[in-house]
Design a protein around this ligand. Structure first.
Ligand code: PEP
Length: 255
């Protein structure tokens, strides 16, 4: 049984004041929700968000981490530091980091490994660009990103992985992959996980990300291989994010 999961990626948005309004609103509205919910604020707001989430079932995640546990890495943050401030999840390999910080597959895999070693659950992002999809390369590109990850992690660690399929052309654009396009990719990724280790395909949670809104969440999450979503801009709006979480509720029982 895979429980549905919705993670909110605030990206580089927000303030302490915004966190003080948004987080308690989510805690109140999502009490008892039958889905796993994670919020991922920027680093400076993690301790505050951690305090605001105390006693709730909503988990705290970060948006990135360094591969090392500590060291001379100015400006970076390690897995143990994230654990120390209450994180249990971390996003790894988001396309904005792959593009803006030149993060390649091997580094992404090493970050996922560092997260797992620190006791964090990584949500690893994969996805193709518009040009790659238009040239018929989407399946090959995404399979390659996932293969690089699996090769580095080994079967034991792969069990603890959550994968987010996020087509780059759908992130922050308002253009969502159709449920059929998303399902096709998720189905392929699940088959790839299964051929890596027996049973992994059925167990691994696969999220969709890319302009998910309250209006399209239920249709996407209703697809057989989609277990929830990684949500960007809509996670900054309490009403939208709560409605998206509600759309994921109970989906796991159908799959
Ligand atoms: C994201 O940041 O992972 C994302 C999917 O963003 P958005 O929902 O805004 O497209």
């Amino acid at each position: 049984m895979r429980q549905s999961l919705v993670a909110g990626n605030w990206k580089m948005h927000g303030s302490q004041g915004m966190a003080r309004e948004l987080v308690p609103a989510l805690v109140g509205a999502l009490r008892g929700v039958e889905a796993e919910i994670v919020v991922c604020p920027p680093f400076p707001f993690l301790p505050l968000a951690s305090d605001l989430l105390k006693g709730s079932s909503i988990a705290l995640g970060a948006q990135d981490l360094h591969t090392a546990e500590s060291g001379a890495c100015t400006g970076d943050v390690s897995g143990p530091m994230l654990r120390d401030v209450g994180c249990t999840w971390v996003i790894v390999g988001h396309s904005e980091r792959r593009a803006g910080h030149d993060e390649q597959d091997v580094l992404v895999a090493d970050k996922a490994l560092a997260a797992l070693r620190a006791g964090l659950r990584p949500i690893v992002c994969v996805g193709e660009t518009a040009r790659q999809r238009e040239s018929g390369q989407a399946l090959r590109v995404v399979a390659g990103q996932f293969a690089a990850l699996l090769a580095r992690l080994g079967p034991g660690f792969a069990e603890s992985l959550t994968l987010a399929y996020e087509p780059v052309w759908a992130i922050g654009t308002g253009v969502t992959a159709s449920p059929e396009q998303a399902q096709e990719m998720h189905h392929r990724l699940r088959a790839q996980a299964e051929s890596h280790a027996q049973g992994l395909g059925a167990r691994m949670r696969l999220l969709y990300g890319g302009s998910v809104k309250a209006a399209n969440a239920a249709e996407l999450f209703g697809m057989p291989d989609i277990d929830g979503g990684l949500i960007g801009s809509a996670s900054l709006d309490a009403g939208e994010f709560v409605a998206i979480c509600r759309a994921a509720e109970g989906m796991s029982w159908n799959k």
